[in-house]
Design a protein around this ligand. Structure first.
Ligand SMILES: Nc1ncnc2c1ncn2[C@@H]1O[C@H](COP(=O)(O)OP(=O)(O)O)[C@@H](O)[C@H]1O
Ligand SMILES: [Mg+2]
Length: 235
């Protein structure tokens, strides 16, 4: 048997193919994209894949509240309520308005909680809102670095979503997450040349400790979630 590094499948076949099996275990992966590109959907899919395998998962939202996320998931046919009841899924909404409490809770309680919950997968949606809680650039940087260290120490594999800058859609809004993370996926929506349909594309900008595809692949958001067309090329 080859001693290959364990992979954590995203549950999106085409993407797992691009990743040669999935995220390397214990990675922190940032999914960057502008609003509506499917970051939250991808994050939900990642959690659903974990739940299918019986892995405890944690989903922390700074954006949508719990009901909205549950309903959102239900529209794709994914049941979160059952998993929450069975204590397989921890779904939390943190209030960006209550910055101090939120940051303290994330720092002091999250790592302990991830460990005691036995979470294999953690989602933070989105880090941009977390970063907005800091006015000071150095504080923001050290907090993010610290958070990533804490998450890594839990042994979980973490997916973090980030909004991109309007003026530079290949960089996250704060320009930090992609440097701290082990991996970066970029979701983009482009007007097609003929006008009309918007083309959604995904690419892997960075993934430490693994070979991966560097190609740009089209994807769609269907009623079953994201579908990455790994066999197709973008023209
Ligand atoms: N049940 C569904 N079936 C098909 N497409 C959907 C469904 N729900 C949402 N979408 C599509 O996904 C988009 C939003 O995805 P979302 O994951 O919330 O993006 P982001 O988190 O990047 O803002 C919507 O704008 C819509 O086009
Ligand atoms: Mg979202």
């Amino acid at each position: 048997m080859m001693a290959t590094e364990s992979r954590v499948r995203t549950g999106i076949d085409g993407l797992d193919e691009m990743l040669q099996g999935g995220f390397p275990e214990n990675h922190i992966v940032v999914v960057m994209g502008s609003f509506g590109t499917g970051k939250t959907t991808l994050a939900l899919q990642y959690v659903i894949e974990g739940l299918k395998k019986g892995e405890p998962c944690i989903f922390i939202s700074l954006e949508e509240d719990k009901d909205s996320i549950t309903q959102n998931a239900a529209s794709f046919g994914w049941d979160l309520s059952g998993a929450i009841e069975k204590k397989k899924l921890g779904l939390f909404k943190l209030e960006p308005s209550d910055a101090k409490t939120t940051i303290t809770r994330i720092k002091s309680e999250l790592p302990k909680f991830v460990k005691s919950f036995g979470a294999k997968r953690v989602v933070l949606d989105s880090v941009s809102l977390l970063n907005m809680m800091f006015t000071d650039e150095n504080e923001r940087r050290s907090n993010l670095f610290n958070l990533c260290q804490l998450l890594k120490s839990t042994g979980a594999t973490t997916l973090i979503t980030a909004e991109v800058k309007d003026e530079n859609p290949r960089s996250s809004r704060d320009g930090l997450a992609e440097y701290t993370a082990d991996g970066v996926l970029l979701l983009q929506s482009d007007e097609s040349k003929e006008g009309g349909e918007v083309q959604l594309t995904v690419r892997i900008l960075k993934m430490r400790r693994t070979a991966h595809s560097r190609r740009v692949k089209p994807y769609s958001i269907t009623d079953k979630g994201l579908v990455v067309h790994a066999g197709a090329d973008v023209f």
